[in-house]
Design a protein around this ligand. Structure first.
Ligand code: XBP
Ligand code: MG
Length: 265
């Protein structure tokens, strides 16, 4: 049982707020490779494997080291990775600007309910800050920039998810104990990160993450659902509702097992 009242919702971005990976980040990486005259092409299946490594720069390095045994990196390989990643970020934010990537079912509704109830909202992600800004602006609307009091993103902490560092950083900034929050994640790496920081976590999965191990999550569901399109529940229960409401989140939060070793501020 969790006796601490719920104060804040912490949202992962990629895969959680929106399905950004297959038709967003992947396309942008490939466009950046082409622009740099590299014949690297990340198809849908390969990209699924590469997602094991979070962070775009880290993913490029992982690809080169694990999938291109014959590639001779140039002397300025570090600069190349940075240039590729800059180009990828430009392509990705262009895709968002074109309105290509909508938010997932229930996201806008739950955010609106949480705001009306006075809950605090934060973003906790490994993606680059510009990507978060563009997603909020173009997929939720310019006003959404003011909804989140904190955006914890990118290289703010050196150890990206699955390390708990980014969540710990966010808790410290918010001055909240882990037990006062609910995290929303979509992947094994994301869940390891939030649980590593002892934060109760609700998982909405997607095509890339549906076979991940989500042990320890408060609930595992297809998406947050909508009144006219209920979510599929794979683990936990939505306390009588077919879709996630703020009451559902509060009930899951109250019944979450909380760690006695969590840090408090
Ligand atoms: C997201 C990621 C990111 C994006 C790419 O993980 O792994 O690396 O794929 O973003 P999570 P950048 O949802 O667990 O935060 O290229 O900007 O790094
Ligand atoms: Mg994610």
């Amino acid at each position: 049982m969790n006796m601490t009242p719920l104060s804040a919702l912490l949202f992962d971005v990629d895969g959680t707020l929106a399905d950004t990976e297959r038709d967003g980040h992947r396309i942008a990486f490939n466009a950046a490779f082409q622009a740099h005259h590299l014949d690297w092409d990340w198809d849908v299946a390969l990209y699924g494997k590469l997602l094991a490594v979070t962070g775009g720069k880290e993913r490029i390095r992982h690809y080169v080291s694990d999938y291109l045994p014959d590639y001779q990196p140039p002397k300025d390989f570090d600069d190349l990775v940075i240039a590729l990643h800059r180009s990828k970020t430009r392509h990705y934010t262009d895709l968002l600007e074109q309105g290509k990537i909508p938010v997932r079912p229930g996201v806008r509704r739950v955010l609106t309910e949480a705001r009306a109830a006075g809950l605090r909202l934060a973003i906790v992600t490994t993606t680059t800050p510009e990507n978060v800004t563009a997603l909020l602006q173009f997929s939720l609307g310019a006003e959404a920039m003011d909804w989140f009091e904190l955006i914890a993103a990118g290289d703010i902490v050196p150890a990206k998810k699955p390390a708990p560092d980014i969540y710990q950083w966010a808790l410290e900034k918010l001055q909240l104990p882990a037990s006062a929050c609910m995290a929303f994640e979509d992947s094994f790496n994301g869940l390891r990160s939030s649980m590593g920081a002892h934060i109760p976590t609700l998982v909405t999965l997607n095509d890339y993450t549906c076979d991940h191990d989500f042990s320890g999550a408060c609930a595992v569901i297809s998406d947050l659902g909508e009144p006219d399109s209920p979510a599929h529940v794979f683990g936990g229960n939505l306390h009588g509702s077919g879709y996630v409401t703020l009451d559902t989140v509060r009930a899951l939060h109250a019944s979450a097992a909380v760690s006695s070793t969590e840090s408090s501020f």
